[in-house]
Design a binder for this molecule. Structure first.
Ligand SMILES: Nc1ncnc2c1ncn2[C@@H]1O[C@H](COP(=O)(O)OP(=O)(O)OP(=O)(O)O)[C@@H](O)[C@H]1O
Length: 984
């Protein structure tokens, strides 16, 4: 292959290679080389580097140009790439020779500056100020020229290039001045080389220091109570990572290495990657894993420096800082040569990675109102952070940010290169997590067995934090009555008892007041937690502890840990082991404290009203706490709502009838009952508000409700209460035919809650759960409400044949259940035997849609047996499977005599003309059929002719869709003339 062909063939790879770091540095270096080789002229250069234009279009233009210039230019271009990126490792670059070098002393000064441009850019980048001064003094440059060169948005190499470009425009005398200056500088600074050597040595030292600091802070999992430190390496279990549903290949699972890959890129200009996920789903742990891998040299080695930040800790930074101070003071302090190391960072943005954990915990919501672009400018930390994320500061440095989804506002989305969703453990993940946490395989097997026997608990385990608690409390778990642990509150109560009783082991049983024994500790910690949750405070100092009367004994309970801080200071800082634990303690305080009355509960549940009135008013109204810390209320933000919601959920759970015996000895019964009544009232009011907002049905359509964000939260609270009376009462007022919860982040935990409340509906509904993370475990959780589902839509939900087995086994018994849609799941032929049973046993089933799964002819044959025995099915969709001609033949024979089939889709199934001819039977023998979809099926004219013939004398079929088959335009026209109902 010659060079020109290589440039064409590997265009995508080259483009990615040049642009993947997000900074224009590489592109500009290539242009330097090509200019110096006279392969590009100045006009070409200016046409490519248009100010303000995005990187990819510029790189594409360069490739077009190089290709159009022919074989020689392509050869030099490839050789340049090889020289600049020796580590890129692309095989197509291996055969390229090194680019020829021009003689330095040839030609005029201007010509020499061009011929040796790459070298002069390198030489000038460290002495821009001196060079500008020389040019100013010689009157060749004006102050405006100097300002233009020194714009802070330029890196120092870019400044060097801009300087050379200005010199060129000024002519030969200016070129002479600059060459002279460079020569003098080299001579007078004879120690420069030595300094450079020192810099690289210092740089390596710094890198080593940073690596070991990152490693020390990430190699252990911050586990409960400071009692044990678990090595991350030992317990890390891969969580489910996915791209959002609107991306190609969204449902394909990603690995940790795919986080920075191009797949899923939404905005090529941005350099912030977001990992979002619910509380306790594993975001911090994922980052920790990436940090350790980098520190061990096992991954992300294209980044020379990795700076990890934790937004929770950044909250406590009160000073205004520059980026340099932020990096060095919050991550790792360089012992020497700070300036040089920072200049290296500025000049090589593509070699640097920043990670920001927990953007949702930052006290300020993301905004792009204040722009900073100078890395030396001091600003409050949140402003620095927002500008780094936007790329107005340190463009080109890749940033990896984690956040709960509620804090990802539309402004932030604009600056995201890509978003990745973290969805917790899969069923195999739960299995492997438990095995890693229990060295005795017999114990691991017992724990797993007890989880599998309690489906609600298994559903909860998809959240790693709950899985972790259960594995900590495995003895209690194994010892408890079957199904006695059902809710998240149950799990947190278990860990509370587990660790409090660690101090006074098992002398007091759960029923005889273990809680009373530790009431003081619980109230002290609860007050601290409550104050924190209501003011977005997750790190506490000694004075905070003092206010809440927290003593050493309370700290020894293990629920308050000394906070790890990557930059060492001598101030003691404390935090709860996990923010959900803080919410739990805040809820305990609300339930048990006499200071917190039912109006506190009212305010807590009022959140949804507050959200509706905008973020600032939220902060004002949600000031549940009377005492407050320094930050003005108006600056606190709505993103604390998720933690208040979790707290409200725990309050509901703790006030459940099932747990009231626990509180009897700790709080006056009348006060408790008042709080229970308040919670029930708030839940009912909250749901009524939703129901009232349902618009009346459009004429001829069913009345449908699209759940608003708080609906799922409210039903989770009802589930935590475990009182069917409350669920029944709430649902008695819901009058809709169709409940839509698409894109609502519904996983197994939410399915459990949904089923718990929906089973009390009076009339059957259509339940639409498309584009969530239901999975097989979630499907199992939905079974209790199957009898009330007329139709179930589960498109794009990671469901396998096993989930379908359970779903259909239950569905067969539910007379109301008539329609199912499972487009885009993980179904194979193994599921079709269950549909076969369904069709055989339910003579009122109306619709089965199984598009975009992996069903082949074998599966179609199984389905056909069921279809033959069925007299009710109206809609059958198998779009995007692989049933082929034999599958189509089997279906055709089965449906030939159907009196009910109205709609059939076999789009994209490779049925060919043989399949089409077989399907002609249905057109003849199925009087109810109106539409048949055969788009994209490799059908030729012969196949279409069979269909045309079958349509003769048939008046009931309205359309036969045949787009994208193997017919020429003339053939399509000819066929259309014969039969108007064919759609091409
Ligand atoms: N991949 C994992 N492997 C093993 N354990 C995990 C994993 N992910 C999470 N955990 C466990 O769950 C706990 C909570 O996870 P983590 O703090 O990472 O969640 P998070 O998504 O950052 O939560 P939040 O949004 O509340 O900060 C961890 O302390 C750890 O014990």
């Amino acid at each position: 292959m010659n060079s020109q062909e290589i440039v064409l063939k590997y265009r995508a790879e080259i483009l990615n290679m040049v642009c993947s770091h997000g900074s224009s540095e590489l592109l500009e270096t290539i242009l330097d080389f090509l200019l110096s080789q006279e392969e590009l002229n100045w006009e070409d250069y200016r046409n490519i580097l248009i100010t303000g234009r995005a990187l990819y279009p510029s790189a594409r233009q360069l490739l077009d140009l190089v290709y159009s210039k022919g074989e020689d230019t392509c050869g030099i271009f490839l050789a340049t790439l090889k020289q600049i990126l020796p580590e890129a490792g692309f095989s197509f670059l291996q055969c390229c020779s090194d680019p020829k070098k021009k003689e330095a002393s040839q030609g005029t000064c201007s010509q020499r500056l061009v011929a040796q441009r790459p070298a002069y850019v390198y030489k000038l980048q460290g002495c821009i100020d001196g060079a500008l001064k020389a040019l100013l003094e010689a009157n060749y440059f004006t102050p405006a020229d100097c300002n233009d060169v020194q714009l802070p948005i330029h890196t120092s190499t870019q400044q060097a290039r801009r300087l050379l470009d200005h010199v060129r425009a000024k002519g030969e005398p200016a070129a002479e001045v600059i060459l002279q200056y460079i020569q003098q500088k080299q001579e007078s600074d004879s120690h420069v080389n030595q300094d450079n050597a020192t810099l690289s040595k210092e740089f390596l030292k710094y890198q080593k220091k940073l690596r070991s600091s990152v490693s020390a802070h990430s190699c252990f999992l911050s586990s409960y109570g400071g009692t044990s430190h678990m090595s991350l390496e030992d317990v890390y279990t891969e969580g489910l990572l996915e791209l959002p549903q609107d991306c190609n290949n969204a449902s394909e699972p990603l690995s940790i290495n795919d986080i920075f890959h191009a797949e899923g890129t939404m905005n090529e200009e941005a350099d912030t990657v977001l990992v979002s996920g619910e509380a306790g789903i594993g975001k911090t742990t994922l980052l920790q894993r990436l940090h350790t891998l980098w520190a061990q040299g096992a991954a992300l080695q294209n980044f020379l420096l990795l700076f990890p930040f934790n937004c929770r800790r950044l909250n406590s930074e009160q000073r205004e800082l520059s980026v340099q101070e932020l990096l060095f003071q919050h991550c790792c302090w360089p012992d020497r040569e700070q300036e040089e190391i920072f200049s290296f960072i500025l000049d090589h943005p593509h070699l640097i990675l920043f990670t920001f954990d927990g953007l949702d915990e930052l006290k300020h919501s993301f905004s792009d109102e204040d722009r900073l672009c100078c890395p030396n400018q001091c600003a409050p930390v949140h402003k620095l952070l927002f500008n780094l994320i936007q790329g107005s500061l340190m463009k080109g440095v890749l940033k990896l940010v984690t956040s709960r989804p509620q804090a990802v506002n539309p402004v932030l989305k604009r600056y995201l290169r890509k978003e990745i969703l973290l969805k917790g453990f899969s069923p195999t993940g739960i299995d492997s997590f438990l095995r890693k946490n229990h060295s005795d395989p017999a114990v691991a097997a017992k724990v797993l067995h007890s989880l599998q026997a309690n489906t609600a608990l298994l559903g909860l385990c998809h959240s790693p934090v709950l899985c972790w608690i259960l594995s900590q409390c495995y003895k209690e778990l194994l010892g408890c009555e079957k199904n006695s642990i059902q809710t998240t509150t149950d799990i947190y109560l278990m860990i509370l008892q587990h660790f409090l009783q660690r101090q006074t082991p098992l002398t007091i049983s759960m029923k005889s007041g273990w809680l009373k024994e530790h009431l003081g500790t619980i109230l002290h910690l609860g007050q601290l937690a409550f104050r924190g949750i209501t003011t977005s405070m997750y790190i506490f100092l000694d004075p905070d502890l003092k206010i809440c009367k927290i003593c050493d004994k309370d700290i020894c309970s293990g629920f308050l840990l000394q906070s790890k801080n990557i930059s060492s200071t001598h101030i003691h800082r404390y935090e709860f082991p996990h923010v959900t634990m803080q919410c739990f303690f805040a809820a305990l305080y609300i339930v048990l404290s006499t200071n917190a009355d039912s109006s506190t509960i009212h305010k807590l549940f009022e959140l949804q009203d507050l959200r509706d009135t905008g973020p600032n008013s939220v902060s004002l109204k949600v000031c549940l706490c009377t005492t407050d810390r320094s930050q003005p209320i108006s600056e606190r933000k709505a993103t604390k709502i998720p933690n208040l919601q979790i707290t409200a959920m725990f309050v509901s759970g703790l006030l459940s009838q099932r747990h009231q015996s626990l509180w009897l000895h700790c709080s006056p019964s009348a006060a408790l009952q008042r709080k229970v009544r308040e919670v029930v009232k708030c839940l009912s009011k909250g749901l009524q508000k939703h129901f009232r907002s349902i618009p009346p049905p459009v004429q001829e359509e069913k009345k449908s409700m699209h759940a608003m964000p708080d609906f799922v939260w409210l039903i989770k609270c009802i589930y935590e209460m475990q009182e069917s009376r409350v669920a029944k009462d709430a649902m008695s007022k819901l009058e809709v035919d169709h409940l839509k919860l698409t894109y609502c982040n519904i996983g197994p935990i939410e399915c459990t809650a949904l089923a718990y409340v929906l089973q009390h509906l009076k009339n059957p509904i259509g339940l639409q759960l498309d584009n969530n993370s239901v999975g097989d475990v979630g499907v199992e959780q939905l079974l209790p409400c199957m009898h009330i589902c007329r139709s179930l839509y589960l498109r794009n939900n990671n469901i396998t044949d096993e989930g379908i087995r359970k779903l259909i086994a239950k569905g067969i018994q539910c007379d109301n259940f008539q329609k199912i849609a499972l487009f885009n799941n993980k179904l194979t032929n193994a599921c079709t035997q269950h549909f076969h049973h369904l069709l055989k046993n339910r003579q009122n089933f109306l619709s089965i849609r199984l598009g975009n799964n992996a069903i082949t002819a074998e599966g179609a044959k199984q389905l056909a047996v069921g279809l033959k025995a069925n007299q009710s099915l109206q809609y059958l969709g198998l779009w995007g499977n692989k049933i082929g001609d034999t599958g189509a033949e089997a279906l055709a024979s089965a449906l030939e005599g159907s009196k009910t089939l109205v709609w059939l889709s076999l789009v994209d199934n490779n049925i060919g003309s043989t399949g089409a001819c077989a399907l002609a039977k249905i057109l003849r023998g199925c009087p109810s059929l109106k539409e048949i979809w055969l788009t994209e099926n490799c059908i030729t004219k012969a196949g279409v002719a069979c269909l045309v013939e079958a349509l003769e004398g048939n008046t009931h079929v309205e359309s036969v869709w045949l787009r994208k088959n193997h017919l020429t335009l003339e053939e399509e026209e000819e066929m259309r003339q014969q039969e108007k109902r064919l759609v091409f």
